[in-house]
Structures are given as structure tokens and as C-alpha cells.
Design a binder for this molecule. Structure first.
Ligand code: KG4
Length: 378
């Protein structure tokens, strides 16, 4: 079974299962000089394909005009993302998702000033689809490309705004807790372009801890949202799990995962229905421990750096317990906290578009030769 995506003479071709499809992106514009034409209003198309969500968004400056996300149910049966299946699904989704984003934004494709795409980190096969598509469309429309670091994009999601919405942006410098399926980091953000990781996990990420513990309870994938839902009905103090002892602002979640596993093993030996009877309490205790570990280091970092502007980002920031902990810290420690809307916490292209927008303002375009990177740090 062959799958391919390529662009030739303003037409993007996709070949899937031996069927060739044509998508015309014909545009009369001549390719532009790769320099920013400084305009008051800049329209950026963002493309995100780093993992298992195909997403495209259109923004005008910092305002979201559309944000379309196609998830991939194909992974549910496997309890995790299967890279090869992810890249195939991206190939099927990318053209309709981009078309829909342009349609919902109420613009013409000729109005796009630049295309921002996720260059990494992520799954190479998935990144390749978004990168190749961005290249094809950039050539076809004659607009420049902006490469975006997926981790930067999660942080900069805190600067997005919806039409007619008055939002307060974090002021620099601020701290951002970036928590997702692959990362748990404390980032010192000095500007839109200048970020420094001051603490990170030495093993598993927070989202991974949620997902793996959910898997051993047979709760399905991704486990984070399921644990969150069940935790709302449970007692957070019902079970005690191991807490890490790592230096500085670094995190560790592998000990917690093992301790969770051993608790289940010991209790199941006494009662085979243990998980079923204690699901809510197990989830509440797990969530409580993860949040406690995250907030303790963040508190220390905020104190040491004398910073009271604190943001959160990444898929795990959708967790309602973590959001409550941020509001609680705002009350107790005088923090000003910034929490993106749910839609912009998990992978989405609006955050890619806004990261591209700040690069556009700097004239920081990338070459058509750009290749994706599976691993890059901030
Ligand atoms: O940022 P993201 O969409 O993808 C990357 O990892 O890049 O994050 C996905 C992670 C998964 O581990 C998922 O279980 C977790 O975010 N997650 C949650 C919640 N919603 C998503 N974890 C805890 N509570 C949630 N409500």
C-alpha cells in the first residue's frame, strides 16, 4: 500500500491506496521575496502534525479566525500512538483540514501572508506530512514559511485570543509549566523568542504517568482525561504513592508509576475486584500526587527567581485539578496565573500560527530545504 504527498505546478497530489487525488491551490501571485512586508494585519496559516492530531488554523495577528483539529481514533485499540498509522492518517486528513480552516476563517487562500508549520519535536513520519504540505502550499501560493518548535508553540498558546475577547497576556519574564504526554518542564520565558528550560523530567512525563497508570487500570487511551473525570468523584487522600527525590527543578515520575503498579499488584492479590471498587479513589490519589509534585518545584522556581507571573501549557494543563491548583496558588502566593482555554492546551495549529506570527514580525523565515526534527529542545 503506497502513500505519498507531493506538489507540482500549483497542484498538490496525494496518492493513497493506489488512488491519485488532485487538489488545486492555484494562485496567480508571484513567489515573494523571503522578507516580511510589514503590514498592520498579518494572516498566518498554521499547520500542526507532530503526533496524532492533524490541525490547521488561521490567525489574523494574535486573533484566531479558525482552528480545525482532526483526531485519530485508529490508535484507541492499541493503548498508544502507532507512528506508522499516525502518518498515514495525517496524509488522509491534511488537505480537508487545511481547506476547512481556510473556509471557516472566511478568507481566500490568496490572503495568507505566511505558512507556519511544526518542524519538531515529534514523530518523524507525522512531521514529514505537515512539513511537506507546508512546502507545497508555500511554493504554490508564493508565500514564505515559518518553522515552529512545538514546545515554544505550547508556551505561546498563552498569547492567543479569540475575536472580540479581551485577554491579558503574561508579561516577561514569566515561568511556564509545560506538561504534556512527552514533556514536563519549567521554562523561564524572557521574550517570545527567548526561552530557557530550568527544570525537566529525568524520566517519564506527567502525561505519560497518567496514561500508563490508566492503562494498567484498563481505562483506555489517552488516560489523562479519563483519570481526571474519575478523580472528580474520588478521595485524593485514599492512597499514598511514592514521591521523587530529585535535585533542582527537575521532575521524575517513574517511581510514582512503579509505586502505583505495586499497589495494584498487592491489592489485587487480596481482592480481584480491587480496581473496580476503588477506581475513583485511585484516580483521585494519583492526580493529587502528580499535581503536588508539579506544583512543589514550580513554587520553588517562582520563589528563587522572584517571579509571580506563572503560566501553564501542554495537554496536561487541561486537567481540572491542576487548573484549580494554579488558582489556589494565585490566592495563596499572589501569583498572576495564565491558563489557556481547553481547546488550546492539547495539540492545535492556532499555537503554531501564533508562534509563526512572532517570527514573521522578526522576518525569521525558513528555507524550502527545512527538514523535520524528531528531537529538538527549546
Ligand atoms: O500536549 P498533548 O496534546 O500532546 C503531546 O504530548 O504533545 O498532551 C497529551 C497528554 C496525554 O498524556 C493526555 O493524557 C494528557 O495530555 N491529558 C490530560 C488531560 N487531557 C489531556 N492529562 C490529565 N488530565 C487531563 N484532563
Amino acid at each position: 500500500m503506497g502513500l505519498a504527498l507531493f506538489c507540482c505546478k500549483n497542484i498538490i497530489y496525494s496518492v493513497a491506496n493506489g488512488i491519485l487525488r488532485e487538489y488545486s491551490f492555484f494562485c496567480k501571485k508571484k513567489p515573494r521575496d523571503q522578507k516580511a512586508e510589514m503590514k498592520k494585519e498579518v494572516i498566518i496559516l498554521g499547520i500542526e502534525s507532530s503526533c496524532d492530531d492533524t490541525s490547521a488554523a488561521v490567525i489574523r495577528n494574535e486573533t484566531i479566525l479558525s482552528n480545525v483539529i482532526a483526531g485519530q481514533a485508529v490508535h484507541n485499540a492499541y493503548g498508544g500512538v502507532v507512528p506508522e498509522l499516525a502518518s498515514r492518517a495525517h496524509q488522509q486528513n491534511i488537505v480537508p483540514v487545511v481547506s476547512e480552516a481556510i473556509k471557516r476563517a472566511g478568507i481566500r487562500k490568496e490572503d495568507i501572508d505566511a505558512i507556519a508549520f511544526t518542524r519538531g519535536p515529534g514523530l518523524l513520519g507525522s512531521l514529514l506530512v505537515g512539513t511537506s504540505f507546508a512546502k507545497g502550499l508555500s511554493l504554490s501560493l508564493g508565500v514564505p514559511m515559518l518553522e515552529v518548535n512545538h514546545l515554544h508553540a505550547h508556551v505561546l498558546a498563552n498569547f492567543l485570543r479569540e475575536p472580540d475577547e479581551e485577554v491579558q497576556h503574561p508579561s516577561f519574564p514569566f515561568l511556564c509549566l509545560l506538561v504534556s504526554g512527552g514533556n514536563s518542564q519549567i521554562i523561564l520565558v524572557r521574550s517570545h523568542y527567548d526561552m530557557k528550560v530550568i527544570g525537566q523530567t529525568i524520566d517519564d512525563a506527567a502525561g505519560e504517568a497518567f496514561d500508563k497508570c490508566a492503562k494498567v487500570m484498563g481505562l483506555g487511551y489517552p488516560g489523562g482525561p479519563i483519570v481526571n473525570k474519575l478523580a472528580n468523584e474520588g478521595n485524593p487522600k485514599a492512597f499514598q504513592f511514592a514521591r521523587p527525590h530529585v535535585g533542582g527543578y527537575d521532575y521524575s515520575f517513574s517511581g510514582l508509576k512503579t509505586s502505583f503498579l505495586y499497589t495494584l499488584r498487592d491489592e489485587l492479590a487480596l481482592d480481584p475486584d480491587f480496581i473496580e471498587k476503588n477506581k475513583a479513589d485511585l484516580c483521585a490519589s494519583l492526580q493529587h500526587t502528580v499535581i503536588d509534585i508539579l506544583m512543589k518545584k514550580l513554587r520553588q522556581a517562582a520563589k528563587d527567581h522572584g517571579i509571580k507571573e506563572v503560566a501553564v501549557a501542554g495537554g496536561v494543563s487541561a486537567n481540572t485539578g491542576l487548573r484549580d491548583a494554579f488558582h489556589d496558588h494565585a490566592r495563596r502566593y499572589g501569583w498572576k496565573v495564565y491558563i489557556p482555554k481547553f481547546a488550546y492546551t492539547t495539540d492545535n495549529a492556532a499555537m503554531v500560527a501564533i508562534s509563526g506570527y512572532y517570527k514573521y514580525l522578526q522576518g525569521d523565515f525558513c528555507s524550502i530545504d527545512a527538514v523535520p526534527f524528531s528531537r529538538i529542545t527549546i
